[in-house]
Ligand binder design. Structure first.
Ligand SMILES: [Fe+2]
Length: 449
């Protein structure tokens, strides 16, 4: 547990509830010196839980909002060695065509940090097939799952999925990739007993997972109602307008008057906002009192599964055509979840001064047979680490890093996914006069008792 942050968090809750430690002690009958000990950050976990139980019974607070975990990274990264992966190997069995259970997958965990919602797994296909028939009785599909999934294929892997009761099989090879939407049934097998065949499946939970506590508390009717207008109209913009009008006590008639004849005609006749100017969009957002970005919902054009085959000529040099330090191959992506992105990095240089920096959560695995040197900067210090084949890493946002080859050209699979800091949150923070106080404020909100 991060005791300093937990103490600061508790202090901020006292401030938000307009209480001092003395008034909390008075109202909870919890000894003041013990409360002050907790607020100093020098407490035992038992004492904290003893207090939180009493505190949550007295005030409308959620205990799980008040505990801040310590980061599980060291100097900005979480390194997961291949032998640790190998140690947690577990085999899963599924029925075969003879209706007997036999091995299907060999699963290994790879670098997983609780700072992100990545669940990255190394999965070898131990069920072999002789064809690419999606209805092969030896192929057992799963039921689909909540997490979005981005796969890198290594070796001769058959990828199966089912959309609207139709089954598909795609023959994949090293460097190919696929994106799978939540709850799409899928499966993987190997086409060749004698070759290594595995996938690196990075599943991730998106903003739904991040916000699941609030959604779970309100329950399924809240979730259902939030989506019902969307489903009915198939028109994102009108469902947002309808919802926002209700939240503003404005009826449609009044809305049309506020828009003015011309703009109203433009929206309601075209049933679209595609031809609107930025000025017009801003006017709508002003009337509805919602950020203009909320009006820009995109159509859901992509299939629930997106496959991409690697092409040796389809890459960009990084950092530039002149400085060829890395080849960057872009992997499968979907407009269903644009924040989930995948790349292959081929390392071309032995001494590299070009650093890579993302503002997102990053997962990396060395899927080649060559070791590579990772160099990164954290708190102005430079660190290096040798990354062996099958070693994996989680990298915190804004950490600058680079790779140097040792021999051959190592290949890394990199997956990027958003943090909580989306544009809406950034805008919210930008209007606060002292945004850093949000997590560092140790003071009471007034001087006095
Ligand atoms: Fe999956």
């Amino acid at each position: 547990m991060n005791k300093t942050q937990t103490a600061l968090r508790l202090k901020s809750e006292f401030n938000d509830l307009k209480r001092t430690s003395a008034s909390v002690a008075d109202e909870t009958k919890f000894p003041l010196e013990k409360i002050n000990k907790i607020l100093s950050g020098k407490f035992t976990v038992n004492l904290l839980f003893e207090f939180l139980e009493v505190f949550s019974k007295t005030y409308p607070v959620d205990i799980s909002d008040l505990i801040i975990e310590k980061k599980d990274t060291v100097n900005g990264i979480l390194f997961y060695p291949r032998n640790k992966s190998k140690k947690n190997t577990r085999f899963f069995k599924r029925l075969n065509s003879k209706k007997r259970f036999s091995e299907y997958y060999e699963y290994r965990d790879t670098a997983k940090s609780h700072l992100s919602f990545f669940y990255p797994e190394w999965i070898a296909q131990t069920r072999h097939v002789k064809d690419s028939n999606p209805n092969n009785p030896d192929v057992i599909y799963n039921h689909g799952h909540f997490l979005h999934q981005l796969n890198l294929f290594v070796g001769p892997v058959n990828f199966y999925y089912e959309i609207k009761n139709k089954k598909y099989c795609i023959e994949m090879n090293t460097g190919d990739s696929s994106y799978i939407s939540p709850y799409i049934k899928h499966s993987f097998t190997s086409r060749d007993k004698n070759q290594k065949a595995y996938i690196v499946a990075v599943t991730t939970g998106s903003n739904l997972k991040r916000n699941q506590k609030e959604i779970r508390k309100f329950g399924s009717s809240f979730l259902q109602k939030s989506f019902s207008d969307l489903k009915k109209s198939d028109n994102f913009i009108f469902s947002i307008i309808k919802k926002s009008l209700k939240n503003e006590f404005i009826n449609e008639e009044k809305f049309k008057i506020l828009l003015g004849k011309q703009l109203s005609k433009k929206i309601y006749e075209n049933k679209s906002i595609e031809n609107l100017t930025v000025k017009e969009l801003l006017k709508i957002s002003e009337i509805l009192k919602i950020p203009v970005g909320e009006l820009l919902g995109e159509d859901d054009k992509d299939n629930p599964v997106v496959n991409k085959f690697i092409s040796k000529s389809n890459f960009d040099y990084f950092p530039s055509e002149q400085k060829k330090k890395f080849k960057i191959f872009r992997l499968a992506s979907s407009n269903k979840y644009k924040d989930l992105k995948g790349f292959i990095i081929e390392v071309l240089s032995k001494s590299n001064k070009s650093f890579i920096q993302f503002s997102t959560n990053l997962y990396l695995i060395n899927f080649s047979s060559q070791p590579v040197e990772l160099k990164w900067i954290f708190d102005k210090k430079i660190y290096t680490k040798k990354i062996m084949p099958d070693d994996s890493i989680y990298i915190e946002p804004y950490v600058k890093f680079t790779f140097n080859k040792l021999n051959g050209n190592p290949m890394l699979y990199l997956v990027s996914c958003e943090t909580c800091m989306d544009s809406k949150l950034l805008r919210e923070m930008s209007v606060i006069s002292e945004p850093l106080r949000f997590i560092n404020d140790a003071k009471q909100w007034f001087d006095g008792k």
